[in-house]
Ligand binder design. Structure first.
Ligand SMILES: Cc1ncc(COP(=O)(O)O)c(C=O)c1O
Length: 410
C-alpha cells in the first residue's frame, strides 16, 4: 500500500518557539538530579548542591495541612490566596517594613519563584533593561529574558560580592526599567548594608525604576549581621517595589511551594490576572498550612533553624579555611559558602585537567563524591557553591573529601 506522505508526520519547522532556544534548565536542579542518581546506585554522595534545609517542617504546619484535608478543603480559592492567608502575609510584611500593607497589596504563590516570574512578567517588556548584580541566583536573568527584556549584569566579584553603587549608577540608561536585588544573597551569603540599599533606593527613585526585592532568606541572617528591607529603609520605595518572600527555606517547606509577594495595587491586580490564566490558585492545602506557618508560635521553629545553621556555618567555615587556595568570603546570611576555586584551574587530577569550574564540579562528583554547584550557573566562573544546610557529619565528610581532592591535584 502506498504511504501517504502527509501521514509521515515529521515536522518541517522547529517545534520550539524562539524564546525557548536560549533557555537552559536550572543547573542547580541538574546537579541535584545527578547526585540523586549516584545515590540510587548506592554511592554515598555528600550533597552540597541542595537549596533547602535537610529537615522536617514544624508539627503545627503539618497539623494544619492534615486538618485542611480532613475538613474537605478541595475547592479552588481566590487566585492570590484565601483572605485569611493574605491578611497574615500583609501583617508579616507590615511588621517587617514598618509600612502598612493591606491584604489586597499582597498575594500568595506556588513558591517565590512563581512570585518572581509573575512580577517580572507584569512589569518588564521587550526593550527594557533590568540590572541584576552578579553572581545572581540562576533563575533571575532567565526570568527577565522570558519577558523579552534584557538583563544587564552588574559584576560584584571584585568587591567581595557587595554592590558598588557608583558602578551600578553607570549601568543606568534611558532603557533601564528595573533592578532585581536579593538579600541575603544566594549564592554568596552576603547581606547588603543599610547604606548601600538607601543609595540604591535613591537611584531607583531618581530614575523612576522598579525594584524587585527578593528576601527569601531574610530570617536566616546570623547576628551581628542584620537583614535590611529596602521599603523599611526608604518608605517611598513602597510605590515601586515588589517584595518577594518564601516559606521554602526558614519553614522547611521547599517542596510544598509556598511563597508570597507585596506590590503596588496595579501590579497585584495584573499578577492576579496573569496567574488566573496559568495555574489559578496555589495549592489550597498549602495555603491553610501557610496560615499556621506564619502564626507567631512558629517563630521559635524558625529561630531554631537559624541557630542550627549558624553552628553548621561555623563548622563549614572552619573546615574550608584549612584547605589551601580556596578563599571564601564569610557569609552573613542564607546557607551557602561561595569559595573562589580559581587557584585549582590548570592543575590536574590523575591526569585530568581541571580546566574550569564546570569540569571541577564533574571531577568532584565523580572522584570525591561530593555534589556542588559550579559558580558558572550564577555568573561567577571562579567559584563553587557549597550548601551547609546538611547534617554536620555530612559537612565534615564532604569538606574533608574536598580537602583530600585538592591535595591530590598536581
Ligand atoms: C534567591 C532565591 N530566590 C527565590 C528562590 C525560590 O524559592 P521558592 O522555593 O520559594 O520558589 C530561591 C530558591 O532557591 C532563591 O535562592
Amino acid at each position: 500500500m502506498q504511504k501517504d506522505p502527509l501521514l509521515q508526520g515529521t515536522p518541517q519547522r522547529d517545534l520550539l518557539a524562539e524564546r525557548m532556544k536560549l533557555l537552559a534548565g536550572s543547573q542547580t536542579s541538574g546537579m541535584r538530579n545527578r547526585a540523586r542518581k549516584l545515590r540510587s546506585e548506592g554511592i554515598h554522595v555528600v550533597n552540597f548542591a541542595a537549596g533547602e534545609l535537610d529537615q522536617d517542617t514544624s508539627s503545627s504546619i503539618k497539623d494544619a495541612a492534615r486538618q485542611a484535608i480532613d475538613s474537605g478543603r478541595t475547592q479552588y480559592t481566590d487566585t492570590l490566596g484565601i483572605n485569611e492567608l493574605r491578611e497574615r502575609v500583609a501583617h508579616k510584611i507590615t511588621e517587617k517594613t514598618g509600612v502598612t500593607y493591606l491584604a489586597d497589596e499582597v498575594g500568595f504563590t506556588a513558591g517565590a519563584k512563581q512570585a518572581l516570574f509573575n512580577a517580572n512578567f507584569v512589569v518588564f517588556q521587550p526593550g527594557d533593561e533590568v540590572i541584576i548584580p552578579a553572581p545572581y541566583w540562576v533563575t533571575l536573568p532567565e526570568q527577565v529574558r522570558l519577558t523579552g527584556a534584557t538583563p544587564v549584569i552588574l559584576p560584584t566579584v571584585h568587591n567581595e560580592f557587595q554592590i558598588d553603587v557608583g558602578e551600578l549608577a553607570q549601568l543606568i540608561t534611558p532603557k533601564t526599567r528595573g533592578i532585581i536585588l536579593n538579600t541575603p544573597h544566594n549564592p554568596t551569603g552576603v547581606v547588603y548594608s543599610a547604606r548601600v540599599l538607601e543609595q540604591i533606593a535613591r537611584l531607583v527613585l531618581q530614575h523612576d525604576l522598579i525594584c524587585i526585592f527578593d528576601e527569601c532568606y531574610d530570617e536566616l541572617v546570623y547576628s551581628p549581621a542584620v537583614h535590611h528591607n529596602i521599603v523599611k529603609l526608604v518608605p517611598a520605595m513602597k510605590a515601586r517595589t515588589i517584595l518577594v518572600g518564601s516559606l521554602s527555606k526558614s519553614y522547611c517547606l521547599a517542596g510544598w511551594r509556598a511563597g508570597f509577594f507585596a506590590a503596588p495595587k496595579p501590579v497585584v491586580k495584573a499578577i492576579a490576572n496573569l496567574q488566573s490564566h496559568i495555574a489559578s490558585n496555589p495549592c489550597n492545602l498549602v495555603q491553610y498550612a501557610a496560615v499556621a506557618a506564619l502564626a507567631p508560635d512558629n517563630d521559635a521553629f524558625v529561630a531554631g533553624n537559624r541557630e542550627l545553621l549558624r553552628a553548621q556555618r561555623a563548622t563549614a567555615l572552619q573546615l574550608i579555611d584549612k584547605i589551601p587556595g580556596l578563599p571564601c568570603v564569610v557569609p552573613e546570611g542564607a546557607f551557602y559558602l561561595f569559595p573562589d576555586v580559581s587557584s585549582l584551574f590548570e592543575k590536574s587530577f590523575k591526569g585530568q585537567r581541571v580546566e574550569n569550574v564546570d569540569r571541577l564540579a564533574e571531577l568532584l562528583l565523580e572522584h570525591a563524591h561530593i555534589a556542588i554547584v559550579p559558580g558558572s550557573a550564577f555568573g561567577a566562573d571562579h567559584h563553587i557553591r557549597i550548601s551547609y544546610a546538611i547534617p554536620t557529619e555530612e559537612i565534615i565528610a564532604g569538606l574533608t573529601r574536598l580537602g583530600q581532592f585538592v591535595q591530590l591535584l598536581s
